[in-house]
Ligand binder design. Structure first.
Ligand SMILES: Nc1ncnc2c1ncn2[C@@H]1O[C@H](COP(=O)(O)OP(=O)(O)OP(=O)(O)O)[C@@H](O)[C@H]1O
Length: 255
């Protein structure tokens, strides 16, 4: 059954059609890759799913509900979390505080409860810290939980973003170029981490330029070019699709 579905989605920036009548589905507990050359519209599609943009037309359906037009925080509450191509962490805050920031969308305490340190609020805070530490351990960053996020390597900052997204309790996690800036060893570890996320029952949608990673981990690929979907299928099907070869290499002709 599909968890997420885009139907005929269009997004324009002035005269530029960044996403042109795109439709695809993401099955529950699958890993799906959205690929395509630079400027193909991949990040714009992500922004349409997460509520950062509203489509000009078309629908985005998540767990049977149309979600387009809703505010990003509402979409997070419904179970979609994301990471960003340009890392967006609180650089001066600790690793733990960054992950706790993700957890806050699941907490109930308001100003009143916090000011008066009500017992249920303290319990909620304690369990949020425990959960944040679990997510840090899951991505392998728990040892340095008190360090400043800004001191982490680029690759580890990407892992911290994943931990923060996981702390929101997502059904779907959307990763925008998770291997960007990672070395081969870090990318191999990321591949295992994505498999572990899937094992937890969380569906993964990712944009990635590292074709090895995409081919290894994804059950389905959706290919965009100039805002339009040009192909969809298993990694094997996509590898040998002439339209895809042409989009990436400029020609499908071997000669
Ligand atoms: N906020 C914006 N305002 C105007 N044009 C935009 C905006 N965001 C994206 N675009 C344009 O829309 C097109 C699609 O951009 P998008 O970032 O979605 O592509 P992409 O496939 O994610 O590219 P990359 O792989 O380089 O990140 C590009 O031509 C881009 O310049």
């Amino acid at each position: 059954m599909s968890l997420l579905s885009l139907q005929n989605v269009i997004k324009k920036f002035g005269g530029l059609t960044a996403v042109n009548d795109v439709s695809f589905t993401v099955d529950e507990q699958s890993v799906v890759g959205l690929i395509g050359p630079n400027g193909a519209g991949k990040t714009t599609v992500f922004n349409l799913i997460t509520g950062n943009y509203a489509p000009l037309s078309g629908t985005v359906t998540f767990r049977g509900q149309v979600i387009n037009g809703q505010k990003p925080y509402k979409i997070v509450q419904q179970g979609i979390a994301r990471t960003f191509q340009n890392i967006r962490l609180f650089q001066q805050m600790s690793l733990l505080e960054n992950v706790l920031a993700g957890r806050h969308c699941r907490m109930h305490a308001g100003l009143f409860a916090s000011m008066f340190c009500l017992p249920w609020q303290q319990r909620e805070e304690k369990s949020a810290v425990e959960r944040a530490m679990q997510e840090l351990a899951f991505v392998g960053l728990d040892a340095g939980y008190d360090n400043e996020a800004g001191n982490l390597s680029y690759g580890n900052q990407r892992l911290l973003e994943i931990a923060r997204a996981l702390a929101t309790d997502p059904k779907l996690i959307i990763l925008d170029e998770p291997a960007g800036g990672m070395n081969d060893q870090e990318t191999a570890a990321l591949t295992e981490l994505i498999a572990a996320i899937q094992k937890r029952g969380i569906t993964v949608l990712l944009i990635e330029h590292d074709m090895n990673l995409v081919m290894n981990i994804c059950q389905k690929l959706v290919v965009l070019e100039y805002g339009a979907k040009i192909a969809e299928g298993t990694p094997e099907e996509i590898k040998s699709n002439p339209k895809v070869i042409e989009a990436y290499l400029g020609t499908s002709d071997d000669e």
